[in-house]
Design a protein around this ligand. Structure first.
Ligand code: SF4
Length: 359
């Protein structure tokens, strides 16, 4: 049995991948030893990324008001969730965000816009902002803006955009269960258009939406075929008011197995434990750092996440190190904070809180 873990690790080192039977075993096998599986996934992770963890912060530049019906998304027209809605932020606000990111030492500024996809006029406006950000601050820029064609992605590439995010979210087979207003094929063609224009792509999944294990493997292989260098793994956050609620498939162990599979299928990709990591991995979050080499911090598009300080403490406590910070909160990186080890008042947490025997 020990051999299978070594075989999976060795194959990933040689840029191979598990077959369908092995993938099913990784996700569902009753005799899987979780720590051995994590170690197998850690081998290629360590080769390509050492013990570094990239931290990413998302900046919503347009929120809500979306005509699409993605069942997992609080910004969709069918969601009854109460979220803050605002149209595209002003140029000044967006540039201020980019400046804060650059001053804080971020390597990349990530902007997300709600909506099916931008018009050409809006694409040109965002492209101008990308040009401005790059010339003023010299940092990389990533954009998530929905469905696009070649003419959109070309405008953005010409402006110097570095990376386009567009998640596939679930397999082709399961796509109709999560959305009816656009298709899996629409999403794939957006990624292909981005690649043709020379943009780096970032594309990931959401698990816990009624998919089968075979759907997860299929999606992992599709992202490998697309050579996505950046893959966020989201764990469904069952937001009250959204049509899609928990399918009850996600335990912390299931989440870790998904991350391991994604690493073993995509050994060189930046694998990110993204939305919903806190609530779904719970006490096992630090184990996610064995397959994943990147985290979102501070929150997602419509929900809160762990703050920067807690996330950095978790990374360092687990023996990993922060490699780079992407996003507007980069300047908030705390130094070692001894107050973490103190109770309120002067009492040390190291003093045992027990009653003396003769009390
Ligand atoms: S995921 Fe994007 S396209 Fe779908 S509802 Fe949300 S904002 Fe709209």
């Amino acid at each position: 049995m020990a051999d299978i873990y070594h075989q999976l690790a060795d194959r990933a080192l040689a840029d191979g991948l598990p077959d369908a039977g092995e993938a099913a075993w990784i996700l569902d096998g009753e005799d899987v030893e979780l720590l051995s599986l994590l170690q197998a996934a850690f081998v290629p992770r360590r080769k390509h990324f050492g013990r570094g963890v990239g931290i990413q912060v998302l900046n919503n530049i347009q929120n809500g008001l979306c005509p699409e019906d993605c069942g997992y998304c609080a910004q969709s027209k069918v969601s009854e969730a109460e979220i803050r809605q605002y149209p595209l932020r002003s140029d000044e606000e967006i540039l201020r965000g980019a400046e804060a990111a650059a001053r804080g030492g971020a390597v990349r500024y990530c902007m997300a816009m709600s909506g099916r996809g931008p018009t050409l006029a809006r694409t040109r406006r965002v492209a101008e902002l990308v040009r401005e950000i790059k010339s003023r601050y010299g940092i990389q820029v990533c954009l998530s803006a929905g469905i696009m064609q070649d003419e959109h992605t070309k405008i953005l590439a010409d402006a110097g955009l570095d990376r386009l995010n567009h998640n596939l979210n679930t397999s082709e087979n399961n796509y109709g269960q999560i959305c009816s207003t656009h298709s899996y094929a629409d999403r794939v063609q957006t990624l292909e258009a981005a690649k043709r224009s020379g943009l780096e792509i970032c594309s990931g999944i959401i698990v816990g939406m009624g998919e089968q294990s075979s759907d997860i493997f299929e999606l992992a292989c599709k992202l490998r075929d697309l050579e996505a260098p950046s893959i966020p793994i989201n764990f469904l956050i069952p937001i009250e008011g959204n049509p899609l609620q928990s399918d009850r498939s996600l335990s912390p162990e299931r989440c870790l197995r998904v991350l391991c599979l994604m690493r073993l299928v995509n050994p060189r990709a930046e694998i990110r434990a993204a939305g919903g990591r806190e609530g779904n991995l719970r006490g096992l979050q630090s184990l996610a750092l064995y397959p994943a080499n990147s985290l979102f911090v501070g929150g997602y598009l419509t929900t809160r996440g762990d703050p920067m300080q807690d996330t950095i403490a978790m990374i360092e406590d687990a023996g990993f190190e922060v490699a780079e910070i992407e996003g507007a909160a980069a300047g908030n990186r705390p130094e070692h904070d001894p107050s973490r080890f103190r109770l309120t008042g002067e009492e040390s947490i190291l003093r045992p809180d027990v009653q003396p025997r003769d009390a």
